[in-house]
Design a protein around this ligand. Structure first.
Ligand code: ADA
Length: 560
């Protein structure tokens, strides 16, 4: 589930491996012998199964589980695409909507049994965030699953927020306890450690414990030196024994906006990087750690210091890798041009945002929270929706700046709500040629710094800019979709954006070609049903543009 063990005391076992795949999604879960039901690996996408390459439907994914009776369990699913109901021994025990956030399910202390997950990747009135879109909604249990054996009272959440004060770094720690058997957690004794150092011990009055603890001089977390510390909370029994524990990692860094700059540990950032979908030619959305590590190595090779998890929260193992390697992250809750009039849009956007903040808070690599990519910023209702989501983020986590990637240019009426103005623009691609890039940017910046925008003087990030190319399609003639035109337009974009004094960052669209939905008319705009604006192909082979970007990013990297 993570790149480190979250528990030394709590018993945890992986449920990854061979499950059974039963397409059809009947109302009741399969019982009895699973017979010839085909095997499916968890985590994986069912699109990897022959015959299901483009299957949109509902299916049971099932396995039997050995458990000790008398002990309740907590299942944690890293992500299921995209809606699911979880059954234990034929009874419903969990439901989750949206593919990109973890969720937990408690199992009663009744020993071994059958775990059945009805997974649904269809589109319709039940899903506002997953619809026929410019990325693919895969089906399956696409991220890892673990099963934990629970003591009567267990640590449910551990949130840590570092801040820099006069005397050094201070760590705000929030511990939440829970019980699956109705035990009152008040009176539980907690011990908080940072590495080997005991920071504090205390007895909780209720289910929550909050501390603000000076930690003195610690090594800062930065892209150049991503120092991580293990933070653990232990529940201590009457005899001093450790009853339960939860471990996470923290990085001491502070990110804030000052004037038109984004500061990391007091130093202005020059962000340069890519938007990256969780998509791979072999694995779909269920990218294994070795392929994640390969993507990060390629981002480094490109000279990137920044990645935007367009357009949804990512697998925690990828975020762990970013923490370990110092890759700065803009993570966003799930949205791409969602219809605010969809009956489930508000609720599912709020839930995706809450769950992202809840599960991903401690990652030091996440320096910006984003939301609502290219949604309605023109109408009062759309602006109100942005205000609700941006305020939810700010109130839940005041330690990071918030933004949204807009695309309505001077018709955008929500910029005053964000800490950072972020904009997707494609001059030279959807309109104009290479010569249109600089004037398009200047026109946009003039609006941002006009009294009309309400965002004058705020930091600005170009959150998307790019061009498509079909690999192997070469000039002459120098026409769009050739690798040559993509390289030329990106070269012009880097020349204009990377050194512009008014910009804090550039995030190119897109790292690697990615699959898009076949429904609707995406095929008409996306040759081979791929969003082909990657500087890499879907199987990570380099296009002409790769070296152009690497040269431009490395030149910027060397220019402090
Ligand atoms: C938009 C959108 C991206 C992608 C891009 C494109 O900016 O945010 O998801 O669709 O356009 O390729 O045109």
């Amino acid at each position: 589930m993570r790149h480190f063990n979250e528990h030394r005391v709590r018993r945890v076992e992986s449920l990854n491996g061979v499950w059974r795949f039963i397409p059809g999604g009947t109302e009741e879960p399969p019982t009895g012998d699973l017979g010839e039901a085909p095997a499916i690996i968890v985590p994986s996408c069912w699109e990897m199964l022959p015959g299901f390459e483009s299957w949109r439907g509902r299916a049971w994914i099932v396995r039997d589980v050995e458990r000790q009776s008398g002990i309740p369990s907590r299942l944690v699913f890293g992500g299921v695409g995209h809606t699911c109901d979880v059954y234990w021994n034929g009874s419903p025990v969990g439901h989750h909507e949206d593919a990109y956030t973890p969720f937990e399910v408690i199992l009663p202390p009744d020993g071994s049994g059958r775990l059945a997950v009805r997974v649904d990747n269809t589109f319709g009135p039940h899903a506002a965030l997953h619809y026929s879109n410019d990325y693919y909604s895969y089906g399956g249990i696409t991220r890892p699953v673990v099963m934990e054996s629970l003591p009567p009272v267990f640590v449910s959440r551990l949130r840590a927020t570092p801040s820099r004060e006069e005397g050094g770094w201070v760590l705000e720690v929030h511990v939440q306890l829970a019980s699956a058997v109705g035990t009152d957690p008040s009176g539980t004794r907690c011990r908080i450690r940072l590495g080997d150092q005991i920071l504090t011990t205390g007895t909780l009055a209720g289910a929550d414990g909050r501390w603000k603890i000076p930690v003195g001089n610690v090594r800062e977390w930065s892209p150049e030196s991503p120092a991580l510390y293990e933070l653990s909370v232990e529940l201590i029994g009457a005899g001093g024994e450790v009853l339960d524990d939860l471990i996470d990692r923290v990085g001491f860094r502070e990110v804030r906006v000052a004037g038109d700059r984004i500061l990391l540990n007091g130093r202005p950032l020059a962000l340069r990087g890519f938007n990256r979908h969780e998509d791979h030619v072999l694995f779909g959305a269920a990218i294994p750690p070795v392929a994640m590590a390969n993507d990060l190595a390629l981002l480094r090779e490109l000279g990137a210091n920044f990645v935007r998890t367009a357009h949804y929260p990512n697998d925690r193992r990828f975020l762990d890798l970013c923490d370990e390697t110092g890759m700065l992250v803009w993570e966003e809750s799930h949205a791409r041009q969602i219809d605010f009039n969809h009956p489930r849009a508000r609720e599912q956007s709020l839930t995706s945002t809450r769950e992202m903040l809840d599960w991903h808070h401690n990652h030091p690599s996440i320096i910006i929270w984003g939301c609502l990519n290219e949604c309605d910023t023109k109408t009062p209702a759309g602006v109100a929706f942005h205000e609700e989501i941006l305020n939810l983020i700010r109130e839940t986590d005041p330690s990071r700046p918030v933004t949204y990637a807009g695309h309505h240019h001077s018709e955008d009426r929500a910029m005053h709500l964000a800490d950072i103005v972020s904009h997707n623009m494609y001059p030279g691609w959807y309109s104009g040629g290479l010569e249109s890039v600089a004037p398009h940017l200047e026109k946009f910046l003039a609006y941002v710094d006009s009294p009309e925008s309400g965002a004058a003087g705020k930091p600005v990030i170009i959150s998307e800019f790019g061009a498509g190319s079909i690999e192997g399609f070469r000039a002459p003639p120098m026409v769009k979709l050739t690798e040559d035109y993509q390289a030329a337009l990106l070269e012009e974009g880097l020349r204009v954006f990377l050194n512009h004094p008014r910009l804090s960052g550039l995030c190119l669209w897109h790292f690697a070609d990615c699959r898009v939905c076949e429904e609707g008319n995406w095929w008409m705009h996306r040759p081979r049903c791929l969003n082909d604006k990657g500087v890499l192909t879907r199987d990570r082979r380099r296009k002409l543009a790769f070296d152009v970007v690497r040269k431009g990013f490395k030149a910027r990297q060397d220019k402090r």
